[in-house]
Write a protein that binds this ligand. Structure first.
Ligand code: PMP
Length: 291
């Protein structure tokens, strides 16, 4: 495997960062997880735009242009022969002192990994997955905006540990107001009657690239697509529930905290949107993504 590191493709074993990198010392940095389908980087512009938006919010100057990073991601994908897989793009604050000041780190570190992707089991797409509502709440936007895809994932990791302890694959995280924010690595949607609803950005979410596409597809298919707060009660009472994410695509949720959602089977709207999403991938279409 070849890893793109600060402008060069190097062997995996030579792709090393300093132990003084603030990405390692403090989780100070930003990243993106991007899908490759049929040898093409999926929604590349949206991911690169989000990376730069994340970096800007933490006052990290990425030492490459958007075009240079796009070219580098393509180069890394091709060098590793990845046709259907995953790209991880990371920018760390760089090497500095042991103090936390980011301004003592003059050279951000940039690396790109292209690899296979680990997916949820096919069985979950057919029969749905079970999730829990975690006790760990999602970071408040007043603490650290969840819209920043930073290297600080411990908040999500703590909720993921709760999910694993409960024997399920994902955990829903509530925000400080007690409404649904998102899952540890996926956004959440419900279907309630004729409405498709997902929490708004100010619920404290990462504004998912997949979420954006699914909202577009729902509207294009004539569905009433809304961004509204979802309380746990509204979630338990929903007809359908599904998650969206780069790795998950569109995955049905049929149980929350052991309670069945709707009749406990994968719903028809979820099936329709999953099919529309797979068609969208094959079409090579692009949708506008704004943060
Ligand atoms: N929320 C969080 C916390 C995530 O880590 C992810 C995955 N990057 C998502 C939502 C889904 O976003 P996307 O559709 O852009 O992968």
């Amino acid at each position: 495997m070849k890893v793109w590191l600060n402008g060069k493709l190097v062997d995996k074993g030579d792709a090393r960062l300093s132990v003084f990198d603030h990405g390692t010392l403090y989780g100070d940095g930003v990243f993106e997880g991007i899908r490759v389908y049929n040898g093409k980087i999926f929604q590349c512009r949206a991911h690169i735009d989000r990376l730069f938006a994340s970096a800007r919010q933490i006052r990290l100057a990425i030492p490459y242009t958007k075009q240079e990073l796009t070219d580098a991601a393509n180069e890394t994908m091709r060098a590793n022969g990845v046709v259907d897989g995953y790209i991880r793009l990371v920018v760390t604050r760089g090497e500095g002192t042991l103090g936390i000041s980011p301004f003592k780190c003059p050279d951000p570190g940039t690396f790109i990994i292209a690899d296979n992707i680990v997916l949820y089991p096919q069985e979950m797409y057919e029969h749905g997955m079970a999730v829990i509502i975690a006790k760990t709440i999602r970071t408040s936007p007043r603490m650290l905006s969840p819209a920043i895809k930073s290297l600080n994932y411990l908040n999500n990791i703590m909720a993921k540990i709760e999910a694993i302890d409960a024997g399920v694959a994902e955990a829903i995280m509530l925000n400080e107001n007690g409404n649904v924010a998102e899952c540890t690595g996926d956004n959440l949607f419900i279907v309630a009657g004729a409405k498709v609803v997902t929490p708004p950005p100010n619920a404290g979410i990462l504004v998912g690239v997949t979420r954006n596409i699914v909202m577009h597809l729902a509207r294009r298919n004539g569905m009433e697509m809304l961004e509204e707060d979802i309380s746990p009660e509204r979630l338990y009472a929903a007809d359908e529930c599904f998650l969206t994410g780069t790795a998950a695509e569109v995955i049905p949720v049929t149980r929350v905290d052991s309670k069945p959602i709707g009749d406990g089977n994968v719903g028809s709207v979820t099936k329709q949107l999953l099919a529309a999403f797979r068609e969208f991938i094959d079409s090579g279409e692009d949708v506008e993504y704004s943060i």
